[in-house]
Ligand binder design. Structure first.
Ligand code: CP
Length: 317
């Protein structure tokens, strides 16, 4: 595997989940694979889970790990070609990327959407430049439009907990005070459809996601109908994708907060969220603390999704 930015890069998802579960059962079985190999993790944005789980995954494979927080201690980077660099950005990404590539064997990149220019965000310029210019296998640790390591961990978690072949999985928008990217819901929708689940997406009108990611899912504006018979409820906030509203907060309607009444509409569904989560905005204390909450197992499976991807990349060197 030379790049990992979307579900297409994982190949047969069933096989990938089987491999992930083998890794989970014996996560130190391949400690020689990464000997004398170095992973460079580059963060343009903050992280708790991705930073720790990916580093742990690489260490399980015997790798050395270097972490660069671009906005803390590195030169400010210009990303646009053709810009006259007379401002505060001291280095261009086009030099920085091959330099970083010269110090490592694999690269993980986190770079969120700017939420100002939809075309620019959906071109995935930053991770695309790392793929083009680093000379190394590159994986996304959440990019502008997708969070594939999270979605892979979510699928592993559903596979571990489902009691029927084709569970009903509901992705629900929930309120949040700030504008957030569409990366997590995009990937969750795309990976859940690829896993063969009955996927229903519910949100207030105006929050439609890109059809590129939701193809195969049912969009249901009637919230009660969406939750009926659900086996898994995946809550997430996202900002608007459509037209001139791109990147905007259109609603903070707290009737969309996932509470006990919401969960009572389901078939005793499990609750999921990628974290970090704003309690009593996205989900109530009682739902996230309930025995049906999977937020901690999901986060724990981030180590496993990352280890599966890194293992495949090491095998391709
Ligand atoms: N879910 C997730 O990616 O968490 P972090 O932003 O803390 O890495």
């Amino acid at each position: 595997m030379k790049q990992f930015t979307s579900v297409a890069d994982i190949g047969d998802l069933r096989k990938a989940v089987a491999e992930a579960l083998e890794i989970k059962a014996n996560r130190f079985a391949h400690t020689d694979l990464g000997r004398n190999r170095t992973l460079l993790m580059i963060f343009f944005n903050s992280s708790l889970r991705t930073r720790l789980s990916t580093q742990k995954a690489a260490m399980n494979l015997g790798m050395n790990v270097m972490v660069l927080d671009v906005n803390q201690g590195a030169w400010k980077l210009e990303t646009e070609r053709g810009v006259i660099m007379d401002g505060d950005k001291a280095e261009h990404l086009l030099e920085a990327i091959p330099v970083m590539g010269s110090y490592c064997d694999l690269i993980g990149v986190r770079s969120f959407a700017g939420l100002k220019d939809r075309d620019e965000d959906y071109e995935e310029r930053v991770v695309g430049q790392f793929i083009k210019y680093s000379g190394r296998p590159v994986f996304s640790m959440e990019a502008a439009t997708g969070h594939p390591l999270q979605a892979f961990a979510d699928i592993i978690t559903i596979e571990e907990h489902k009691t029927k072949e084709r569970p009903k999985v509901v992705l629900t928008w929930a309120p949040h005070p700030k504008a957030l990217p569409q990366a997590v819901p995009n990937s969750f929708a795309q990976w859940s459809v690829a896993a063969g689940y009955d996927v229903v997406i519910t949100h207030p009108e105006g929050y439609e996601l890109s059809p590129e990611f939701t193809a195969g899912a049912t969009i249901e504006y009637d919230r009660a109908k969406a939750f009926e018979g659900a086996d898994f409820v995946y809550a997430k906030n996202w900002s608007a994708y459509a037209g001139d509203n791109y990147g905007k907060v259109l609603s903070t309607d707290r009737s969309w907060t996932v509470d006990d009444a919401t969960m009572a509409m389901t078939d005793n569904a499990y609750f999921m969220h990628c974290l970090p989560v704003r309690r009593n905005m996205i989900v109530t204390d009682s739902v996230i603390e309930s025995p049906r909450s999977l937020v901690i197992p999901e986060a724990a499976n981030r180590e496993i999704s990352a280890q599966t991807v890194i293992k495949r990349m090491l095998e391709s060197l």
